[in-house]
Write a protein that binds this ligand. Sequence first.
Ligand SMILES: [Zn+2]
Length: 56
Amino acid sequence: MRTPASGRQQALKRKRVVTSCSECYRRKQRCDRKSPCNNCLARNIPNKCIFNTLLP
Ligand SMILES: [Zn+2]
């Protein structure tokens, strides 16, 4: 007996994690999270590619 898609599990809570470097975050660009990331490399400002991990 097969049951149709009867509800998904929503066990995972979403944490608000900053997934962009400071420059991508400021420009609201998509960051590939490398160091330096693609955008900072393209802008030739790899030294501004800083990842701020918010620690409690
Ligand atoms: Zn970036």
